[in-house]
Design a protein around this ligand. Structure first.
Ligand code: NAP
Length: 243
């Protein structure tokens, strides 16, 4: 296969690739021809199996963002910062520990991983692609998730500054903002009948998203078809933000 949607010969790393959206992204990139490093704080063996021989696993815990960025391979063409955590509590009760934990994984790690990727790509004179996984809460406030909202607003901002600084070096930096996707991350919402109904009632597509819905958009942004796309935050939300 060759053409504008082909990733043959490219090396990609996806964080949080053991489950959910990250697993679907890893499989999607592999299906497009890339060799994928499925990185997780636990084994990504299931992802490697689903990627049909086009993936290997790497243990990478983003709770220590400095160590994780230091371990990033220097020969990547594509980096997908997918891993993320959410902690829910009323803002008046929100603890500093929850704030720090969420910010470390969702924002500080994204900054340092992008920086390490950019440094290596620029030094090698090689272009590249970064896709950061943002959120509807990169645009909206949400409820009971102050650290998550702050971190995801930050991810959108970092995406734009890196895009500006590195476009001249052939490094495209974009983000995908998933709507409500059926994964571990949203289990609590889906288990709450009232919240679940309120959410579904507002989604024009009338269904929760599937991780594969996000994988398609991310894969596109990594292909030559998206050569002139940089600094974008692409909503993949079944129409939620348009409503
Ligand atoms: P998920 O199933 O909970 O997956 C999150 C991933 O991040 C898991 O692989 C998790 O690993 C990993 N992770 C968490 N802490 C980590 C750490 N310290 N080091 C390395 N990996 C870590 O949720 P998801 O829905 O697929 O989330 C993926 C991304 O999409 C996140 O950035 C999330 O904020 C974003 N997102 C999701 C939705 C949605 O509706 N689902 C909407 C908007 C944005 P473990 O399995 O070991 O915990």
């Amino acid at each position: 296969m060759s053409g504008p949607f082909d990733l043959s010969g490219k090396r990609a790393l996806v964080t949080g690739a053991n489950t959910g959206i990250g697993q679907a992204i890893a499989v999607g990139l592999a299906e497009a021809g890339a060799h994928v490093i499925a990185a997780g704080r636990r084994s990504c063996a299931e992802t490697v199996e689903k990627a049909n021989g086009r993936a290997e696993e790497m243990i990478l815990d983003l709770a220590d963002p400095v160590a994780a960025a230091g371990a990033l391979p220097g020969d990547l063409d594509i980096l997908v910062n997918n891993a993320g955590i959410i902690r829910r509590a009323d803002s008046v009760d929100y603890t500093e520990a929850d704030w720090d934990d969420v910010m470390d994984v969702n924002l500080k790690a994204v900054f340092l991983m992008c920086q390490a990727f950019g440094k290596a790509a620029i030094a090698a004179g090689r272009g590249g692609r970064i896709v950061n996984i943002a959120s509807l809460l990169s645009f909206q406030g949400g409820i009971r998730v102050p650290a998550y909202t702050a971190s995801k607003h930050g991810v959108a901002g970092l995406t734009k500054i890196f895009a500006n600084e590195w476009a001249g070096q052939g490094i495209n930096v974009n983000a995908v903002a998933p709507g409500y996707i059926a994964t571990n991350n949203t289990e609590a919402l889906r288990d709450d009948p009232e919240r679940s109904k309120a959410i579904l009632d507002r989604i024009p597509a009338g269904r929760w998203g599937d991780p594969a819905d996000i994988a398609g958009a991310v894969t596109f942004l990594c292909t030559p078809a998206a050569n002139y796309v940089t600094g974008a935050v692409l909503n993949v939300d079944g129409g939620w933000l348009a409503r």
